[in-house]
Ligand binder design. Structure first.
Ligand code: NA7
Length: 545
């Protein structure tokens, strides 16, 4: 892997560019390649990390793996690259994804236009010149016509404010900010707080090494076995030979995954038959389990049946009935929070060195010098792992000081929750685009196809502006209001909006306004809307010279 930092431009001198992109993960790199190589624009990417990769640069916790299947977790814009890249397992592990993203950087010679170790601090729009001024923590100043955020949806770590953390004598880590040198758990008493997708991935791996693992569970969670395995040569060949068909399925279905939701309903299927269908889906494993019926996320009765099936599986796997009860006492509909997939998660609770603490009954009171103290006990620990998730979707955008037209701050504009048009542009912020922003399918979708769609749309939009001699594009207030109403409508048509403590709503971060953030109307449908808007002369945007 080649990792080199391109020289920083001299600090105070302003550098004039056509576009500036924030973040060098999947989105930032493809956006750079598109604007620079397709439109011939002068572009730089600012990246806070010391390497490319975004989410996959930071999330190095043990067991970190993507829940999307590897042949779908890649770019499809280059058929040559699809053919030349080989994944090793059904689900790619973090080091393999990072290798892939470094391959992308090298293959398209992107590194010379990526400034590593460079964190954007503030951006402000100068209406007189129609230019964005971007300043970095390192003191650089860039001026560009377009500002494109590619900061990822799950990149701002949420470390809970538990009293006493500063007194803890052991080590603590957040999974999203994992030390590059790794952590040795041998002989250690480890506590994991959090049982979302991340906790569920890391718990079995940590348990295999630690002397004792205590899991602190606030909300019990469903999980489907991933059934990870090395990819066979036959499958690798199949994925390459059928890449066009796979791409078409991903780009036209609900969630951007390489399979379609089966057109049958839970309630209309005979009980014996649906049991057999769920059993087969459980054996096959992965997120496709969710696609076995079309109404699982739409109809409470249908969902109850699927949820009961998963609860039954948990009780079959976990030998201690009291622990099985705690793990299967799940308070939300199946898949209404992000559904994890796992490798031996529930089985891990059968180990002698693993115990489970129910924070609903005995909440954490504080962290002491020696460990975690709940309402009724103190758990001595050497290491605490916070698998407590992210200030999702808006966290990374709002951390930056972004000021649009007439001194309007993004923080002010989004005081009551994110408000924008198509998840792509915020009114008051001309020529600023947010790749996989709130209001787009983003986290409800397999992300590489969602990113390709956004980058292609933005690139076509900028090309059109240039061809027509236009300089400026801004979402209108009216279109943004209408789009927010559509985002709410789409969420309310599903069971997703029923969960009041989900990060889709921002409920995991104290004080965050609770607004359903991703667009739940389906990826294929959303793409069709975006294409229609472009065809209708960018309806809902105001275009000016
Ligand atoms: P998630 O899905 O937000 O899960 C975080 C977990 O941490 C969840 O179980 C939370 O319980 C728990 N949590 C959060 N704060 C606390 C406090 N203060 N005390 C106890 N427990 C807490 O994050 P992940 O990293 O697992 O997954 C994020 C996404 O990354 C995932 O969906 C993939 O797309 C990749 P809660 O449910 O809020 O009660």
């Amino acid at each position: 892997m080649t990792q080199h930092t391109s020289a920083h431009p001299a600090s105070q001198e302003a550098i004039e560019l056509d576009a500036i992109i924030i973040g060098a993960g999947f989105s930032g790199m493809y956006q750079l390649m598109s604007l620079r190589d397709k439109l011939g624009m002068k572009v730089k990417v600012l990246e806070a990390g010391a390497g490319v990769g975004g989410t996959w640069y930071w999330n190095r916790y043990p067991g970190a793996r993507c829940d999307s299947e590897s042949h779908s977790y890649m770019f499809y814009f280059s058929k040559e690259m699809v053919n030349e890249w080989e994944w090793s397992e059904r689900y790619p592990q973090q080091p393999e994804i990072l290798r892939y993203l470094n391959h992308v950087a090298d293959r398209f010679a992107l590194r010379s236009d990526i400034l590593l170790n460079t964190r954007m601090h503030a951006a402000s729009y100068d209406a007189g010149r129609n230019r964005w001024h971007v300043r970095t923590e390192q003191g650089q100043h860039f001026i560009a016509q377009f500002l494109i955020t590619a900061v990822g949806c799950l990149s701002s770590a949420n470390v809970p404010q538990i009293p006493g953390l500063g007194d803890f004598k052991g080590k603590w880590y957040h999974t999203g900010q994992w030390p590059h040198e790794g952590v040795d758990f041998t002989g250690k008493r480890v506590g994991v707080v959090g049982t979302g997708s991340t906790g569920i991935q890391t718990i079995p791996v940590v348990a295999a090494q630690a002397s004792h693992l205590t899991v602190f569970q606030r909300t019990a969670n469903y999980s489907i076995p991933a059934r990870n395995a090395p990819l066979t040569e036959t499958f690798k060949r199949y994925a390459k030979e059928h890449s066009e068909g796979i791409r078409h399925i991903m780009n036209t279905n609900t969630n951007g995954h390489p399979f379609r939701m089966v057109d049958r309903s839970v309630t209309a299927t005979h009980p014996a038959e649906r049991e057999a269908i769920m059993e087969a889906a459980w054996i096959k494993g992965g997120l496709e389990f969710r696609a076995a019926f079309k109404d699982t996320l739409l109809d409470q009765e249908a969902n109850d049946i699927v949820a009961d099936f998963v609860r039954k599986k948990i009780r079959q796997i976990v030998k201690n009935p009291a622990v099985a009860d705690l793990l299967s006492d799940i308070d939300h509909p199946f898949a209404a929070k992000r559904p994890p997939v796992d490798s031996n998660y529930f089985e891990t609770y059968n180990r002698d060195n693993v115990s489970l603490v129910n924070l609903r009954a005995t909440p954490i009171e504080c962290i002491t010098a020696d460990g975690i103290k709940t309402k009724d006990a103190e758990y001595p620990l050497d290491i605490i792992i916070f698998a407590t998730g992210f200030d999702a979707m808006t966290g990374s955008l709002l951390k930056m000081d972004i000021e649009g037209r007439d001194g309007l701050k993004l923080k002010t504009s989004w005081q009551a929750g994110p408000r924008n048009y198509l998840g792509l542009q915020v009114p008051g912020f001309p020529n600023m685009f947010t790749i996989t922003g709130p209001g787009s399918p983003s986290v409800l979708c397999n992300l590489p196809p969602a990113i390709e769609q956004h980058v292609n749309w933005i690139t076509d939009c900028i090309r059109t502006l240039r061809e027509r001699g236009l300089e400026r594009i801004e979402a209108t207030e009216q279109a943004s209001d209408e789009w927010c109403a559509e985002v709410n409508r789409a969420a309310n048509a599903t069971l997703l909006a029923k969960v009041k403590h989900s990060w889709y709503l921002g409920a995991n971060v104290p004080g965050k306004p609770q607004v359903f953030m991703p667009y739940a109307g389906g990826f294929g449908h959303y793409t069709a809307i975006c294409n229609q808007v472009a065809q209708d002369n960018y309806k809902g945007f105001s275009l000016t010279r």
